[in-house]
Design a protein around this ligand. Sequence first.
Ligand SMILES: Cc1cc2nc3c(=O)[nH]c(=O)nc-3n(C[C@H](O)[C@H](O)[C@H](O)COP(=O)(O)OP(=O)(O)OC[C@H]3O[C@@H](n4cnc5c(N)ncnc54)[C@H](O)[C@@H]3O)c2cc1C
Length: 390
Amino acid sequence: MPDRQTAYPRPPSNFLTEDHETFRRTVASFVDREIRPHADTWERDGKCARDLYTRAGAAGLLGLRYDPEYGGSGLDFLATCVLAEELAKGDSIGPAVALMTQSEFALAVLADEADEELKAAWMVPAIAGELIGAIGVSEPGAGSDVAALTTRARRDGGDYVISGQKTYISNGTRADFITLAVRTSEEGPKGISLVVFPTDTPGFEVGRRLDKLGARASDTGELFFDDCRIPATNLVGEEGQGLRYILSHFGGERLVIAAFAVGIMERLIELGLDYAANREVFGGPVLSLQTWRHRFAEMATRLEATRLLAHQAARLLSDHDPAGDMAVSMAKLHAADAVQSVAAEVLQLHGGFGQMEESPIPRYYRDVAGFSVGAGTSEIMRELIARSLT
Ligand SMILES: Cc1cc2nc3c(=O)[nH]c(=O)nc-3n(C[C@H](O)[C@H](O)[C@H](O)COP(=O)(O)OP(=O)(O)OC[C@H]3O[C@@H](n4cnc5c(N)ncnc54)[C@H](O)[C@@H]3O)c2cc1C
């Protein structure tokens, strides 16, 4: 495969400032240096190197939206989009998933709801990349239906005693702490709370590292809790408000997936244009064939529509506009469809070479299959959008 030559002609943005574009170049050079050269190794290992987190922390990539008091950069959701778009171009989505799970999924709710002691103990070192964080919500019997979770936290004096199981947890096999959803009472949705769970707690065990279709350079674990005793001061915010906190922070997770899709589509179109310009069929380059030129036109249109939806959602989320929820659901729904169709087109474009593991194309094809599942499935996105309309 030829080296990357074509730079996708990204149109000027009505949403991004010059500072965002400067930041984009910083992240792109981090990806060129710290991610893409290691992608093959980490795919084989089933996880990225632990020091990726410290390197990302040192580069200021793990606390973009958080207060500088905690080591963050005080930026907006558009910066989050730029970060996720560029991280996704590392020829493997796993490292991007690992880093964004830490910086967005595990920390966002702590930034908004945790007290100063919890922030100092967990958020500050996580932003520096010294600790790895995970978000533990899903269980074997509770995925889309978060309120069905059964992992129990029983109050015992000044402690919670936690028993239960989580599954599909990104960063789960080596997280130092988990922002963990637990049931503190039987009151249905109002019985759910969030705690910060240190993984050196006796009774905690990591089960299998799950073998996945895509995102293979990000570890995904099964977790078991057997009478794990943690201080009640590890409660995040108020008891019984956990479901509200989870639902109100899904926006950031969904935006990240939409932005991953934007970055991957850019990378795939660039790789596809290079391949089509260099591959000769019947005496001319594939790119001279109208059927492929038009397919590139459609792919670029899908990419730009996704980018606009994602950046609009980022603007609304940054402004705390109530319309942000519907916008981010639309962005994620559209992004998953768009990137899956672009990945399939670019795979087909590559002919036999697209089937070869030495190319990043089949890896991206597998990676994006999960975009219609993680952080809320496409069916759930449709339901949320429909509720906003009716
Ligand atoms: C790679 C990966 C990483 C993940 N990382 C994490 C993580 O770090 N932390 C975490 O907590 N979770 C994580 N998850 C779990 C993820 O959030 C869930 O898989 C997802 O929410 C779907 O839940 P489920 O798998 O139980 O599917 P289910 O909820 O059982 O859904 C099964 C099917 O039913 C459909 N469905 C469900 N409800 C409805 C409805 N009301 N209307 C129509 N259709 C419906 C779904 O769309 C789906 O097609 C991860 C998952 C994957 C694949």
